[in-house]
Design a protein around this ligand. Sequence first.
Ligand code: GRF
Length: 202
Amino acid sequence: FKIAVLVSGGGSNLGSIIEHIKSGYIKNTSIEYVISDTPDVYALTRAKENNIKNIVLDKKIYKNNISDEILKIIQGKVDLIVLAGFFSILQGEIIKEFKNRIINIHPSLIPSFCGKGAYGIHVHEKTLEYGVKVSGCTVHFVDEGTDTGAIIIQKTVNVNAEDTPRELQLRIMEKEHEALPEAVKLISEGRVKVEGRKVFIK
Ligand code: GRF
């Protein structure tokens, strides 16, 4: 089972997938590409340290063509695309070509605190501003919208009024590092079936 992992920053989610492949939790799976929309990020270091083919498609250069450029590289070469802390929006042909074969990890319980502009630390600022008592992360399929695809896995954390955005982010990231590898494992084992918005897990 071959995957491509798209990144933009630290790559802690990429790191977790790598660890879960090494430990044998995720079986018969290889990361064929790590593609970053930003140069010189630590996610690329993680790829290099693990001898994974890594490519930078600088979003400042590729702008709205980044989706087509990614498709050119991975078309026919991978079974699944994993957005792991990837801040560009995929659109166009790649969404059709990889229908129900692109997953994303979002650091809130979708449909709360998501959509355009809701990425990274901003999600946690909004979450704390609103005053919810439970948050968490969501792994979902990527469709034409932003954070709107069918939900595969959600994991929750408690939110304390005195939390800082960074404290909440770190608490949620621990759950992301469980949820994303779990989703990759389930999909690689053919145990995920999508019917409309419903995702059945065998
Ligand atoms: C974090 O805000 C995480 O919640 C979200 O993307 C950001 C960076 O993740 N998924 P990573 O460390 O680059 O995987």
